[in-house]
Design a protein around this ligand. Structure first.
Ligand code: ADP
Length: 597
């Protein structure tokens, strides 16, 4: 993943239009409806407070046909009831359901992008923070943006309508309002920037506190937390992160409050509660250019205009600015480029071909030493290859490179004589079945967990489970739910049983290559023996590469590569390496001796 630019690339307006266009592409009706809703909610009340009251006062002042007041009041009531009812119906019967569709549409875009991210993105804390911020705030962003735009349009229409009325009565009060608002606008920008900075820093601390919080309640950690003395450490780390959040709130609270105060004091108190009423009072009492109805209409109208202008140019701008930055992150995230890019061809997923690793070296981003150095090896079709070596030797990294989860810093990997970079990433990965050391089971049926498909083939699932040695009773066959996340009837598995489900995936998938990282780590000796046999039998039409620390599993491998400090130091069959009496023989004898004793 390439680093994204620090600076905001697009203007606030461009970001707003981008997001509204995005929302419009998912639900045009919601966007249009929301805008009309904003007008229905804002304009009638403001009109009533300006024209309605003026009409009544004018009737009273003229002294003619006072019954007209009833008609005016009835008209006002009808306007308010009808507009509110329409707004309520829209909200209750359309908005609530449609909003979920919009969440779903936009989140789908985010998730599609997320699963295509390079693994390297997760190693970059800055990108990861922005990534979390984007994902977590996407629903809020949608809600905030729609609410803001609807209110903005409502206020804009109100502003134009009411200020036209005011302009007709007295243009000077409009000028007073604009002068005050104009002077204090730069403060709003500052407030928006501070709010965004606070949020960004909070995400960093929240990520830390969330991690320690999760450890307290997740089942995976339940035994560790109860059986050792880690709780005080976790609690102290959690407290530190929570203190950092509080400290950060404090740091920004005073700066934001001071700016808000100056802005509110200047615009609201000084401008609209003092200068404007003084001017209006002068017009009515001294100049006598305004009637009683005009006075009330102008004062209410001026206040309506003031709040609209204040909202449109100060408050909404600050929020738009904050939202704009969020949308910028959203945009950056959606368009961030990958280091691991597609080649031009679709890889064939038929029978295994020769795999050749040539002069390969690899250094993780941000690290200054190579994890793999000058690896050269060739794997013939259908071979069963074992990678062994001490922890941290680079075995998992090598398989990650084979799967193009990372790309080599130097050298190349060829399959069937063609660089794997020439194939599309998806088609390349599709020819592998990989069972990782830290495999995951999902809260889905057993069939779906094995097939990793929503339409599992029952016969093949059961066959794959039998090859991997899974023998737990399944009350509902392959439809039995795994885990108890959503169903009380879900089955819970031991570490070994879970691993067998994961291994069954390798037997199920029709593909020429299998990678197993520590496949027998959780298995008992019988299951381990059976797995070895199954691997020879069920995977005989596949090339298998497996990493193992249990050296009894490597005996039948066609070839064993021993890795030390990122290099291949020994290579040969079990017999050859035992003969050689090097690292492999030392490790094997150590394990065997333990059993003999
Ligand atoms: P093995 O599978 O042989 O135990 P790995 O391939 O997992 O070894 O790791 C090799 C080395 O690379 C280790 O020193 C490990 O700390 C380092 N490493 C693994 N993953 C990353 C990563 N994402 N970022 C930086 N270093 C890593």
């Amino acid at each position: 993943m390439r680093k994204n630019a620090e600076k905001t690339e697009h203007s606030m307006l461009s970001n707003m239009l981008y997001f509204m266009k995005l929302l419009y592409s998912v639900s045009p009706l919601l966007v249009i409806g929301e805008c009309i809703w904003g007008v229905f909610l804002t304009l009638p009340t403001k009109l009533v407070s300006v024209l309605g009251i003026k009409l009544i006062l004018d009737i009273v002042e003229s002294g003619e046909n006072l019954r007209r007041i009833y008609y005016v009041v009835a008209g006002i009531a009808a306007l308010l009831i009808v507009s509110r009812t329409i707004a309520w119906l829209f909200r209750e019967f359309f908005w609530n359901a449609e909003r979920e569709n919009v969440y779903r549409g936009l989140n789908r875009k985010l998730y599609e992008k997320t699963i295509s991210l390079d693994l390297e993105s997760y190693d970059n804390p800055e990108f990861y923070n922005n990534f979390i911020l984007t994902i977590e705030s996407s629903s809020d962003s949608i809600q905030n943006m729609l609410g803001l735009v609807s209110r903005y349009i409502g206020d804009l229409v109100s502003l134009i309508t009411i200020s036209s009325i005011l302009f007709a009565i007295d243009p000077v009060c409009l000028l007073i309002i604009l002068v005050f608002v104009g002077v204090f606008t730069p403060l709003s920008k500052k407030i928006g920037r501070l709010q965004m900075e606070r949020r960004r820093e909070n995400t960093k601390y929240h990520r830390r506190s969330d991690y320690f919080q999760r450890i307290f309640y997740l089942q995976d950690y339940a035994k560790e937390v109860r059986m050792n003395g880690i709780s005080p450490i976790l609690m102290s780390r959690y407290n530190d992160a929570a203190d950092d959040v509080v400290e950060n709130q404090r740091k920004y609270w005073s700066r934001i409050s001071v700016n808000y105060f100056i802005q509110e004091f200047g615009v609201q108190l000084l401008g609209f509660m003092f200068v404007l009423p003084m001017y209006l009072g002068y017009c009515v009492l001294v100049k006598k250019s305004l009637s009683a109805g005009d006075f009330v209409a102008t004062f209410n109208g001026a206040y309506a205009v003031a709040t609209s202008v204040n909202f449109l140019t100060v408050w909404a701008l600050a929020v738009f600015e904050e939202q704009g930055r969020m949308i910028e992150k959203y945009r950056e995230f959606l368009k961030c480029e990958h280091a691991i890019t597609d080649g031009e061809h679709e890889a064939e997923c038929a029978k295994p071909e020769e795999i050749e690793i040539k002069n390969l070296s690899f250094t993780y981003a941000g690290s200054d030493h190579a994890v793999l150095s000058d690896i050269n090896l060739t794997i013939k079709p259908y071979e069963k290859i074992a990678l062994v070596g001490y922890n941290g030797a680079g075995k998992t990294t090598l398989t990650n490179l084979l799967l193009r989860l990372y790309d080599p810093t130097q050298g190349d990997i060829l399959i069937g004589g063609k660089s794997i970079k020439e194939e599309t990433v998806k088609s390349h990965r599709n020819r592998f079945s990989a069972v990782f050391q830290d495999f995951q089971l999902f809260s889905c049926s057993v069939g779906e967990n094995v097939a990793l498909d929503i339409n599992p083939d029952e016969e093949r699932v059961l066959e794959a489970l039998s090859h991997s040695g899974f023998s737990k009773k399944l009350p509902k066959g392959i439809d039995t739910e795994m885990l108890r996340e959503f169903s009380d009837e879900g089955i819970m598995t031991s570490g070994g049983e879970a691993q067998k489900v994961a291994i069954a995936r390798a037997f199920y998938k029709k593909c020429p290559y299998v990678i197993l990282d520590e496949p027998s780590a959780n298995l008992d000796p019988v299951a381990e023996y059976n797995l070895n046999q199954a691997m020879l039998e069920a995977a005989k039409d596949k090339t298998v590469i497996f990493i193992s620390h249990r050296l009894s599993t490597t005996i039948n491998a066609d070839r064993i590569y021993v890795m030390e400090n990122g290099r291949i130091t020994e290579c040969g069959s079990h017999a050859e390496l035992m003969e050689k009496n090097g690292t492999y023989a030392y490790m094997f004898n150590l394990q065997a001796e333990k059993y003999r004793k």
